[in-house]
Design a protein around this ligand. Structure first.
Ligand SMILES: NC(=O)c1ccc[n+]([C@@H]2O[C@H](COP(=O)([O-])OP(=O)(O)OC[C@H]3O[C@@H](n4cnc5c(N)ncnc54)[C@H](O)[C@@H]3O)[C@@H](O)[C@H]2O)c1
Length: 357
């Protein structure tokens, strides 16, 4: 196998650092370079972990094109640098979100064009508009909202949301920077010969995610249980019945690994990719799973009012990606919670100031 050089932007973040280490572990001969500006609290703790695995770290910012000059040939770029919170951009962080998530991606694409590098873009389920997601018809079950069989908009079934879901209304500034990046990607393919694949991921979770209130809910929930802190069910009557599907980081790695090594099959394509119905969970169910696995019960507060930008249910319909390339997620939500719990337990001292802040 030809050795490759892969650049991962946001390479000290949750997804970037895990992909870097998993790639380096599987393909010793590959050169993996991670660039990160260490904006996310906790990302700095991954520098040593990357170095120990033989991954190169570069302190840099994708908002600065000059930070994206590399003398050696880069074969693939995984774009994982972002401000990934949906709530970000709804306040004073607006400029940061646009400058990093959109302008930073354009800088990275210019670099990809210079190197003729394949571009793997980590997009988001949040490209789908909020009002359409709110209009999904669902029934309130005992522990979760369940998607109805009959729907009035395309791209939604009991399997979840597919790529046919409409795209024409507001989706949050975060989601818009991602969708705008997707559009720019196609321009770069047409006019600058940059080959790409887009993965619209739902919730991704696993060890090394520095969960906080506005991003990384699975880690946040586990941390709250671990350090015996209360949790809150926000919105939709405050019963905790809102549902998300959760993809384990190891399943995302399998996907990206396949894409790098079968780029011809995925070039120019956009896939929804997530944990799917099998690995979906409501907050109420998550509380139960956490208390069983961690062994601590915590108090759950109810805040009935729905926050702007929140959605009642998101489940990824993986039909397209499964049919076209055979990828399906394997890890269950219980597996995700167990792995995060073990990571926190093993690194309690280092993680407490970050996750129990
Ligand atoms: N985690 C999820 O559930 C999820 C779901 C869908 C899509 N995504 C996408 O995956 C990508 C990675 O997300 P994550 O969960 O690893 O987030 P993360 O916050 O853990 O990692 C992002 C990293 O990017 C770095 N960064 C931020 N601004 C930067 C800049 N200007 N220059 C260089 N580095 C910068 C941060 O310091 C951080 O280390 C993002 O593009 C996100 O939108 C994540």
């Amino acid at each position: 196998m030809n050795n490759k050089t892969i650049l991962i932007t946001g390479g000290c973040g949750f997804i970037g650092s895990n992909l870097a280490i998993l790639l380096k572990t599987k393909y010793h001969g590959y050169e993996i370079i991670c660039i990160d500006n260490l904006k996310r609290r906790g990302s700095e703790t991954n520098i040593n972990r990357l170095k120990e695995a033989g991954v190169q770290f570069v302190h840099g910012d994708i908002r600065n094109p000059e930070d994206l000059h590399f003398d050696k040939q880069i074969d693939y770029i995984i774009d994982a640098a972002a401000e990934p919170s949906v709530m970000a951009g709804m306040d004073s962080t607006l400029k940061y979100v646009i400058n990093t998530n959109l302008n930073g991606t354009i800088n990275t694409l210019e670099m990809a064009a210079r190197h003729k590098a394949g571009f793997i873009f980590l997009s988001t389920s949040r490209v789908y508009p909020i009002s359409y997601l709110e209009s999904i018809k669902y029934t309130e079950g005992a522990t979760r909202f369940e998607i109805d069989k009959v729907q009035s908009i395309p791209g939604i079934s009991q399997k979840g949301i597919s790529e046919q879901f409409p795209l024409d209304k507001a989706r949050s500034v975060y989601g818009t920077t991602k969708l705008a990046s997707e559009l720019i990607l196609e321009e770069f393919r047409e006019f600058f010969d940059v080959n790409y694949v887009i993965n619209r991921c739902g919730v991704v979770a696993g060890p090394y995610q520095m969960g906080k209130v506005d991003q990384g809910v699975i880690t946040l929930w586990i941390a709250r249980h671990y350090w015996k802190k209360d949790v809150s069910y926000f919105g939709y009557g405050g019963a905790g019945k809102q549902v998300r599907d959760v993809m384990h980081i190891s399943d995302l790695f399998k996907l990206v690994d396949f894409e790098i090594h079968n780029f011809g099959l995925v070039n120019g394509k956009t896939f929804n990719a997530g944990g799917g119905l099998e690995s979906s969970v409501s907050l109420l169910e998550l509380t139960d799973i956490c208390s069983r696995i961690i062994g601590n019960k915590v108090k759950a507060h109810s805040v009935p009012e729905t926050r702007k930008g929140d959605i009642p249910v998101y489940i990824t319909d993986n039909t397209r990606i499964s049919t076209e390339i055979g990828w399906t997620p394997e890890k269950s939500i219980t597996g995700v919670v167990t792995d995060i719990f073990e990571w926190i337990n093993k690194n309690e001292k280092q993680l407490k100031p970050i996750l129990d802040a």
